[in-house]
Design a protein around this ligand. Structure first.
Ligand code: FES
Ligand SMILES: [Fe+2]
Length: 336
């Protein structure tokens, strides 16, 4: 993929979806096998080095990932430890090994490291998270991931897209506060109606693909990881600490939050996103207004970081994010 930020962690699967069997996911423009052992979660390109079988169709046996085609067994470091056809004593050449990728299980997601630098200890995350009870849902949307992510700091769509479920949301946005912390940015605001009543809204985004949004008393976290340049894996996890606390029914709280947000709100957002033009926002051609400051800040930061990233096989970034292309949006040009 051309538009990836490198040397960072990407969430690629919900933890709950990776059970005893390996699985194959398409993310970041490639296919990866993920598997779980007593030692944690592991990741590698999905194709077997022998003759290309999909390792996600294999099994985990004796702590090894086992290919479904000819049964080669891979240790968690990728070493091909056994080729059944050659007998137990046969030496296995290094060429048969799997190139594993750093992976970890955190915050309700499986993450892989994308980049050549040594991985950091783990992904940045939101400070008040409580992952003891998680109910989640995920889908593939036909939208460029940057479009999904920029929307986490866009609130003036709420009364128009989600008005049926947010009757308290006014159309005018006031009290905009923007906090730029580099790879982490946040925006809060009020959606005020003609009677002066307001609904508080807030969003926080951690580069590259994590977001947390609060509308009134409902908060959710989600990731928007690219499947490829055209599609995005949208995966939300709902925690009871993000909902109204009702003692004793934490699962019900989390499930209700999932239902309201993912089944109602996000379905409405998806319809808007999938009707957009393909690719990232053509920022220079957009008639921005003050309410767009959060989204504009995200796009600008994403462009800066993506342009600094060599990408897979030194892929050339598209015109919209080359380093020669000025990062045209000066937030000072967007009136406060
Ligand atoms: S293709 Fe995997 S063992 Fe042959
Ligand atoms: Fe929305």
């Amino acid at each position: 993929m051309d538009t990836l930020i490198t040397n960072t962690w990407y969430a690629v699967e919900r933890s709950a979806n990776l059970k005893a069997r390996p699985t194959t996911v398409e993310r970041l423009g490639a296919r990866y096998v993920l598997w779980r052992t007593d030692g944690g979660v592991h990741a590698a390109p999905a194709q077997c080095p022998h003759r290309g079988a999909n390792l996600g169709d294999g099994t985990v046996r004796n702590g090894c990932l086992t290919c479904p085609y000819h049964g080669i067994e891979f240790a968690t470091d990728g070493t091909a430890v056994h080729r059944p056809a050659q007998g137990n004593e046969a030496r296995v050449p290094a060429k048969a090994n799997l190139n594993t990728i750093p992976a970890l299980d955190a915050h309700g997601y499986v993450w892989i490291w994308h980049g050549d630098d040594p991985p950091t200890a783990g992904p940045e995350w939101f400070t008040d998270d409580d992952p003891r009870v998680i109910v989640g849902a995920d889908q593939i949307w036909d939208v460029h991931y940057s479009r999904f992510m920029e929307s986490a700091l866009d609130f003036h769509h709420v009364p128009f897209v989600h008005g049926r479920y947010t009757p308290g949301a006014g159309q005018q946005i006031t009290d905009i506060e923007l906090d730029d912390q580099g790879t982490r940015m946040a925006m809060s605001a009020s959606l005020t109606n003609q009677k002066g009543r307001s609904l508080a809204v807030a969003g926080e985004v951690i580069m590259p693909c994590s977001l947390k949004v609060t509308i009134g008393s409902t908060t959710f976290v989600a990731v928007g990881t690219p499947v490829n340049e055209h599609r995005t894996w949208v995966a939300a996890n709902y925690h009871p600490s993000y909902t109204a606390r009702i003692p004793g029914i934490r699962w019900v709280e989390a499930w209700l939050a999932m239902f309201v947000d993912f089944k109602l709100f996000q379905r409405q957002d998806r319809a808007i996103f999938e009707a957009l033009d393909d690719g990232p926002s053509p920022l220079e051609h957009m008639a921005l207004m003050p309410a767009d400051r959060g989204a504009a800040l995200w796009i600008r930061r994403w462009r800066e970081l993506a342009a600094q990233s060599p990408g897979d096989a030194a892929a050339t970034p598209p015109d919209s994010i080359t380093s020669e292309t000025p990062v045209a949006l000066d937030l000072n040009e967007v009136p406060a």
